[in-house]
Design a protein around this ligand. Sequence first.
Ligand code: SAM
Length: 270
Amino acid sequence: MPFRIVSGEPPEPEEELTLDEIRRGIEELGPWFYPFDFGDGLRTTALVPESVTAIFDTRLQMVNTTVIQYFGDRLGGLECIDIGCHEGFYSLAMARLGMRVHGVDGRDENLGRARFVADALGVTDVTYRKGRVETLAADEGRQYDLTLFLGVLYHVEDPMLCLRQVADVTHEMCVIETQVVDEVEGTTEWGSRDWKRRYQGILALIDETGEFDAGVRETGMTPMATCPSPKALRFMLHQAGFRRVEQVPPHEGAYEQHARGKRVVYAAWK
Ligand SMILES: C[S@@+](CC[C@H](N)C(=O)[O-])C[C@H]1O[C@@H](n2cnc3c(N)ncnc32)[C@H](O)[C@@H]1O
């Protein structure tokens, strides 16, 4: 049976894939960004260097712990949106917790892989759609109990626009994971040499032209990106409409970037 390779169409119910079909899909759709395990020795090998693969489990553990701690026995039946879902690694993790999950991503080539993985694992509580975070609220026209916004913020050129969209589609809680730049705080002149204004946190401008032009599937949809400092991120989340924002502490043995606070996970509540 043929599997859907790249399609923007909504998924249809499919018969279970055979081991041969899964093996072929793994080969034909590779290289893969995430390590997926289909059982029977069938698995994908993540594209990232081995020294970086711990990042997947660290993020998974931080997201799972946060979500389980907050929602507790309400997990089953929750509706979740995973923005920038890529191959659906975290969408599937939320489906495994009992949620219905809707993944959105700007790239067909990522969504094609995400659909294959869901089919191969027989997961039916996940749907995927092509879309941009910049227009999410109008495109979705509804809210979700839980929003995942993982690894996307530092790839977009208009972070405030995106965070407002993220807040608009969130009914209850959002988990944000992002790279952060070192903090910058200070005082600047403001209209006169005698008038001063404090600034708390910064947005760094990042040039992703090289990766973008090379077709790297993890970049934003434009070559320019911005990356916040931790204080800027907190301030922007409040401005976007989240009333409560908490940093999720990295666990013992977390991936080195999370352990050193260079990547952070925040939970934010409407
Ligand atoms: C670095 S990957 C992160 C994937 C996944 N969320 C994770 O945390 O592992 C960024 C993903 O977001 C998607 N993306 C980037 N900018 C986007 C945008 N403006 N709108 C929708 N998707 C976007 C990319 O196609 C890619 O799949």
